[in-house]
Design a protein around this ligand. Sequence first.
Ligand SMILES: Cc1cc2nc3c(=O)[nH]c(=O)nc-3n(C[C@H](O)[C@H](O)[C@H](O)COP(=O)(O)O)c2cc1C
Length: 371
Amino acid sequence: METTSNHPLLQPLHVGDLILSSRVIMSPMTRGRAKNGKNIPTAQAAVYYAQRASAGLIITEGTWINPESVGFANVPGIFSEEQKEGWKIITKAVHEQGGLIFLQLGHFGALAHPDYLNGELPIGPSNIKVNEIVFSPTGPKPSVIPREMSKGDITRTLNDFKLAAQNAKDAGFDGLEIHAQGKSLISQFLSDAINKRNDEYGGSIEGKSRFLFEVLDQVISVWGSKRVSVRLNPFLSYSGASGEPEDMLPTYEYVIRKLNDYDIAFLHVIDRAEQGTSEQELQNRMIYQKVSTWYSGHIVANGGLTLEKANELISEGLVSMASFGTKYIANPDLIYRFENNIELNEGDPSTYYMGDDAGYIDYPSISPVLN
Ligand SMILES: Cc1cc2nc3c(=O)[nH]c(=O)nc-3n(C[C@H](O)[C@H](O)[C@H](O)COP(=O)(O)O)c2cc1C
């Protein structure tokens, strides 16, 4: 989409071999609508994503790489033929509207649940429980103590990442994002509190980050590096045995510096997404100042951003792009609203993670392109 706006956020950008029409990214968001018992993305999802195709780039909801990775109800996968066929309809719908779409690959590791696994334990870096509530098929349940992954489990999981990456390619995606934030298997490996392994996948920071880089190698072997992105939250913290949150910044600094060795599309960084978004809290956020000294490629900022804040971060040279989550749920025509300074719709949190078409594909759009 051509834009006459002067907003830095709305200028086009070369990302690898792609040209994004703006620096506005739609954040990956689980919407829990794949209610067919087979984790197949639906026709409604094609409508939902096509409605948002004016974004510079869409990143899909976190999508399971194999049956063992499932840790949330009604979320699509990319490991079966039927799932792949479902995604083909979605990528086609987005491309027909002139959009670009990356698939986010996810695995919940220790936060999968026996109810999704025929009663089997989920797998994790160590047999240490991640204290969270899991959204099982029959409602919220406490997480369980996982089974520690053997070397064979690690090899098998890496191979499943590769197969999922190939399926995504076959389904017509423009690229991939590796979900290494939130309490995913990859961030469980990075954690000092959760990863107590004493083999080469644990111990030092280098050991704890080995799994992430091996996943990256697998997906790059299918896609090449320029179509792959990694999503991290440097403030993510699991509670240790003492209940005290861990300080993971040194680990994330190591990981982010090492990502310079891979010529990936972009690094997607969440800045304390779970915290408040008052003016003061937004001002307190400093992570991009650190990350921009650690990493020389494209950085996508995320977390409570506004048009103004995103413009500022880009003008200051701290990031190249910005992603919007909740604003995209409620505003399919976010770009048009930003361009024309039009008030944003408010989203309804009760339909964020579950429901049907309401709160999913019925948010009003005033963009002439989408009407
Ligand atoms: C309903 C919902 C589902 C989400 N699902 C995912 C997900 O699947 N993968 C992911 O990396 N982040 C997920 N997130 C986090 C968002 O991508 C984003 O980081 C967060 O909403 C903060 O951005 P915002 O302030 O612009 O909404 C989700 C957030 C919401 C609200």
